[in-house]
Design a protein. Sequence first.
Length: 126
Amino acid sequence: MQPCDHDVTALPVAVPNQFRKYTPEQAGVVRQCPICFRVASGGSDPVSPQVITDHYPSGEAGSGVVLLFYLLDSIASNRSEIQQLVSELEHAGVDVFSTLSRINRDPDINPAIDLDRRIRHLEQFL
Ligand SMILES: [Zn+2]
């Protein structure tokens, strides 16, 4: 995913071990732009994912949803990883579709990806 014009405001989030396989270069920290939700690897002094948006679930599951945005950049290339991550998140008690829908409806968030379309696509193959 390309860095965005909002990159100065991207917030670092720690990636728990079990989710590192979903990150670019198995990164231990990723940064997410709180406006367009683009994700890039690297960063220091991680904050809670809920600092990016309080739609994120608390704790490690929140980092999992951040990584979902990284994978959703290309459903075609990341399909099996997306299936696996969503299943892990649901197992942890996260309602992934309701979280994505709340983010999609938030007027302060303007996702770089077409989130409407991604959600419809996910509903078909999950
Ligand atoms: Zn941005």
